[in-house]
Structure formats: structure tokens, C-alpha cells
Design a protein. Structure first.
Length: 617
């Protein structure tokens, strides 16, 4: 893993504070190693903190003045904090930072700690229990004072908070993790990068420091992230229905299977439940700090638990486990029915979204929901983990020179009120559920909107027809050619790929990009073992793809005295066939396509906040 991403990933995160690509670009420089003297001084400062208010003051001095190199003369402390930084909250409480740093260009970093006399807050974890009140007041303070950043600490956890008008995000350090095997760990590096004088200081009075600039640039970059998220939400629905293959197959044999259109709506509804629940947990609208809820119901807690169990050989254990899906159904039941127990009070929200399915209902969608929710739908823990990962994480390509690296980026569910609503709405429109015919796999061509065609249909095409197909795709792909949103079953109506022309090699994506795309596809399209493609199907598909790659001009013909069939030609052909095939669907496996028979939508998966926000309101 890239070192920049490693120290950033070592922190605890809430929402999207800084995107990984901004971490790699803005904080790309290597820091000089912390000297042994400074490391020992840091260790002594952390060890001396015993949770009392007096020791916290000493720790603040060391962390913010010595480690961050912010001069003491630029700080206002305790009683010396100017009265203009005080705010009367809407509850009547006085909110005032313990310390305020003011840089030479007007930069501001307030530092908040629990109030005097609330020493028990020092012993707990930041963001859990009584300290939640402090954090909510800090966010209110930031919005009222129109300040972008604040540092909140109880001495053990240090949370950097950024608040906008309709969102908030943070990252958090834990001093118990600052030393790894006796040496300063990644979290120390993260502190020195993000909270140093160089990162906080602005170059001019109207400028912004490197830290604030990276945060604001990350918020503007949500549109880039959104285009990927809409696709992954749809893939989450596809993963859910594919994981329910056995239950659907049993219903087919019994003659009670709902229509595929109802199954798709039911699967989309369950994925929307997950999205709404993750949003509610991100906004603390559900009791995420309740130990019972966190241990037995929390969706984010379930995701984290599955991620921990997936380490090492854990994937094998997850494939055999069947506890995650019943827990998910219990969570949906808790939201719908509520809980009046004093240990876990949850209001009864009811509502059509979380309403359980009814196998005897006249409504096909309700029967489809009952099928997916039934105890007989034995979805494995690994499949639940894969679905949740699709919904909560995404891949961003970070370019480093001529190479590109894919890194994980968290989804900011607290921003659901604007950007994410548009993503979900557009991402789930105009798709339908299909099942590959028995004995006839489906090939998704990596061209344009990725048309889905049966292997037998492809094998029935003659060479002139294949050439004509790719020529038509090239013409369709030209700029200003317009879009055909309606589509049709004819594969010639699919849009063309950008990479199908015999262009200058400089226009082609780097090899690393192709490998990165393949990595993403491998992550989300791996079929289950009982639906695996046979050796015959794989051989037939490979033969057709090689033939199509040559006819489409993806493989250059040998020039001069160079003979065909050499090692270079074989490698080039293998690479071309790999790029030409986006996905192979085994017979009997479910997949989603647009009504026109393609995988990707014609338009964007992103609704601008200027349109989405008024629509949501």
C-alpha cells in the first residue's frame, strides 16, 4: 500500500474528510524521520497523561506547540480566549473553545475539550455517551461561527472535525495506537502531515492552507466519486439477487417464483433499506452508541465485524457462515416495529420501505420480498460482506506518474440529502433482471455501454457481421452523435467504446489502468462455485474473443519480415481479449441489464446538488 494511504487509513474516519487521491497529491512529500529524542519526549508525554484536567493541559502544550510546531505566541488559552469565540447554543449552553490558534494570515484552529467538572468524559471514548453532546455543540459552533475546522479531544482520542451547512466529516487519532512495536506508528505520521504548521498555514490572507484546501477539493470531487457509486449500488442489488439464487431456484421448481421484475424491485428495496440505515447511523439517528444495538443490530458494526473476520483465511470461514443475513433481517424488523425495551429504546418507524414481505400477498413485490427475507434464503456471510462493501466503499484511481493505483474510498452517507439521493435514483432506473439460459452463457463486451450477448449468438456471426458490428459501434461513439436511451435488443444499438479505434498509443490508457479495471471487475463479478463456467464454455468464449479482437483491429498485424504467431503476438492477443470481455455470466446466473440489453446507463449517475437538493426537500 502507498505510504500516504497507509497513514491515512490508520485513522478512524467519519464521512469523507479527504479523498485518497488528494492525500496522495497534497501530502506526497516524505517527512524527515522523528528523532529518537523527540520520539522519547512524545512517549513520555503520552504516558504521563492520566485523564485529569491538569495533565490534559500539559499534553495539549506538547501536541500543539512542540509536535505541530505552532508557536505559543499564536495561541489563546483558557481564560485568555477572546469573548468573541463564545457562542450561546440553541439549548442555552455556552460553547467556547479551550484554546484558539490564530495564524499570521487569519487562519483559525479552535480546540475543544470536555467542560471542567466533567472529568468522567476523559475516561470514555470520544463520540460515545456524554461526549456526543460536546461534538454536536462543536458542529453547531463551527456552522454559526462559519469556521471550517476544529479539534476535539478528551486526551486519548483527538478528532479533527470539518462541518459544512448540510454535512460533517472527521478523522480521529487514538494515542493508544501511536506507538507500534515501540516506535512511532502511522498515526504519528498522520498528525505530523495534517496538523503541522505547514499544513495549517495559508500562503496569503485570501488563500487556504494545504489541509483545508485538500478538504474543500475533496468535497468538490464528489461528482467524480458519484459516477462510480451509482454503478456499485446497482451491483449491490445484483449481488443480493445472485446470492439468493438457491432460494429463487427452489421457488422456480415449486412454481411459486415471483416475476423477475418484482424480484428486482424487492432486491432494490432491501438495498435501499441498507442505504437508509447507514445514513441514519452516520447521522446518529439510530442508537449507535448503545452497546446492545452496536453488538447485535448495527449495520456499520456488522460491516466492520465481517471485514475483521475476512482477514487471512477468514474468507473461507465467511463462506460457511450464515449469521449475517438473519442479523440484517432483525435490524430491518427493529426499524419497522421499534423496541420499547428500556435497554434498547427505538421508535416504531413503520413505513413501506421496511415493511416485511408477505408470501400470501396478492402483490408480487411483497411475495418477492418474503422470498428474499425467508430463513430458507441461505445467503453466506461472505456474500453479505461483499454486498455491504459495494455499498460502503468504492475504488478511486490515484495516478502516480504514468502508473495508476486503485485505493479504497469510504462513502459519505451523511451527505445523502443531496448528491447521494441522485446517485441512488439514477443508478437504479431502467434496469431489468435476467437469467442466463441453461447451457448458454452470456458475454458482456467491454465496448461502450457493455452490450450483453449470448455466446451462441456471437458464435453465429460471420466475419463480415462482426466487422460491421464494430464499425457501427465506432460510428455510434463519435462525439455529438447523440444518445439512444431507449435502446433495443439488437446489439448494434449499443454505444461504442472509446478504446476500439486503432489510435495513437499515446491515447491508450496505461497498462496499469487496464489491470486496475480488471481488479475491480474481479472484485464484484466473481460467480459462485455452483454457477461456475465449464471448461467448454470458457474455451468457446476465448476462441470467439480472439477472433473478434483480430477482426476489430485490436491486435496489430506483423510488419516487414516479422512472422505472426510469436510470443509478443500471443501476449498482445491475450491482452486484447481480456480487454474486450467485461464479464462472463454462467448459465443460470442472474444479471442486470438496461432495457436495451446493455450493462451501463447512457447518462450520468450524478444529479447536481442544485437540482437534487430542492427535489429532496
Amino acid at each position: 500500500m502507498n505510504n500516504n494511504i497507509a497513514w491515512w487509513s490508520s485513522l478512524n474516519h467519519g464521512g469523507l474528510l479527504i479523498s485518497p487521491d488528494k492525500i496522495s497529491s497534497v501530502f506526497a512529500g516524505e517527512l524527515p524521520a522523528l528523532s529518537t529524542w523527540h520520539a522519547d519526549k512524545l512517549r513520555r508525554a503520552l504516558t504521563a497523561f492520566d485523564g485529569t484536567n491538569e495533565r490534559l493541559s500539559a499534553l495539549l502544550d506538547f501536541m500543539l506547540q512542540d509536535l505541530s510546531a505552532l508557536p505559543e505566541s499564536e495561541w489563546q488559552k483558557a481564560q485568555g480566549v477572546d469573548a468573541r469565540w463564545a457562542l450561546r447554543s440553541f439549548t442555552g449552553a455556552m460553547v467556547k473553545p479551550r484554546r484558539v490558534w490564530q495564524g499570521p494570515q487569519g487562519e483559525v484552529l479552535p480546540v475543544f475539550v470536555p467542560e471542567d467538572g466533567a472529568s468522567r468524559q476523559f475516561a470514555g471514548r470520544l463520540g460515545v455517551g456524554r461526549s456526543r453532546q460536546l461534538l454536536s455543540r462543536v458542529v453547531e459552533w463551527l456552522r454559526q461561527k462559519q469556521q471550517p475546522l476544529a479539534l476535539v479531544t478528551n486526551g486519548r482520542q483527538w478528532r479533527l472535525v470539518h462541518a459544512g451547512q448540510d454535512y460533517e466529516a472527521w478523522c480521529e487519532w487514538d494515542i493508544d495506537l501511536w506507538f507500534v512495536e515501540g516506535l512511532p506508528g502511522p498515526q504519528v505520521t498522520a498528525w505530523r502531515h495534517l496538523l503541522s504548521a505547514g499544513a495549517l498555514a495559508a500562503p496569503t490572507a485570501k488563500g487556504e492552507g494545504a489541509l483545508l484546501g485538500a478538504i474543500l477539493a475533496s468535497r468538490k470531487g464528489q461528482a467524480d466519486l458519484s459516477a462510480v457509486l451509482g454503478e456499485r449500488v446497482r451491483l449491490g442489488v445484483e449481488e443480493l439477487i445472485t446470492a439468493s439464487h438457491s432460494a429463487i431456484e427452489q421457488a422456480q421448481q415449486a412454481g411459486t417464483v415471483p416475476a423477475f421484475a418484482d424480484l428486482y424491485v424487492a432486491g432494490s428495496r432491501i438495498v435501499m433499506r441498507c442505504i437508509i440505515t447507514l445514513f441514519a447511523e452516520a447521522r446518529n439517528l439510530l442508537p449507535v452508541d448503545n452497546p446492545i444495538y452496536q453488538r447485535a443490530y448495527s449495520l456499520e458494526g456488522l460491516r466492520q465485524s465481517l471485514e475483521r473476520r475476512a482477514g487471512g483465511r477468514g474468507n473461507d470461514r465467511l463462506s460457511q457462515g450464515r449469521s449475517a443475513w438473519p442479523r440484517l433481517m432483525a435490524l430491518f424488523g427493529l426499524v419497522y416495529h421499534g423496541s420499547s425495551h428500556q435497554a434498547l429504546p427505538v421508535p416504531q418507524y413503520s413505513g413501506g420501505l421496511f415493511e416485511p414481505g408477505d408470501p400470501q400477498s396478492a402483490d408480487g413485490i411483497s411475495r418477492a420480498l418474503a422470498l428474499l427475507e425467508s430463513p430458507g434464503n441461505a445467503i453466506s456471510d461472505r456474500q453479505v460482506q461483499q454486498m455491504l462493501r459495494l455499498l460502503t466503499r468504492t475504488k478511486l484511481r490515484v495516478r502516480q506518474g504514468r502508473k495508476a493505483t486503485l485505493v479504497d474510498a469510504p462513502v459519505d452517507f451523511s451527505a445523502l440529502s443531496s448528491e447521494y439521493i441522485g446517485i441512488l435514483y439514477e443508478g437504479l432506473l431502467d434496469f431489468e433482471l435476467k437469467q442466463a439460459a441453461e447451457g448458454d452463457p452470456v458475454v458482456f463486451l467491454a465496448v461502450g455501454d457493455e452490450p450483453a450477448l449470448k455466446l451462441s449468438q456471437l458464435e453465429g456471426m460471420g466475419d463480415p457481421v462482426i466487422k460491421q458490428l464494430f464499425e457501427a459501434l465506432k460510428k455510434k461513439d463519435k462525439p455529438n452523435a447523440g444518445e439512444d436511451d431507449a435502446g433495443g435488443d439488437d446489439p448494434e444499438e449499443a454505444d461504442a467504446p472509446e478504446e476500439q479505434t486503432e489510435a495513437d498509443p499515446a491515447d491508450e490508457p496505461p497498462e496499469d489502468d487496464a489491470e486496475a479495471e480488471a481488479e475491480v471487475e474481479a472484485e464484484v463479478t466473481e460467480p459462485e462455485e455452483d454457477l461456475a463456467l465449464s471448461a467448454d464454455h470458457l474455451a468457446r468464449a476465448q476462441a470467439w474473443l480472439e477472433r473478434a479482437a483480430v477482426l476489430a483491429g485490436l491486435v496489430k498485424k506483423p510488419r516487414g519480415r516479422k512472422t505472426a504467431g510469436g510470443a509478443d503476438d500471443t501476449a498482445a492477443l491475450a491482452k486484447a481479449t481480456k480487454q474486450l470481455c467485461a464479464r462472463l455470466v454462467a448459465p443460470g446466473q442472474f444479471f442486470l441489464v438496461r432495457w436495451g440489453g446493455t450493462r451501463k446507463g447512457a447518462g450520468t449517475f450524478y444529479t447536481r446538488p442544485q437540482l437534487a437538493a430542492p427535489t429532496v426537500r
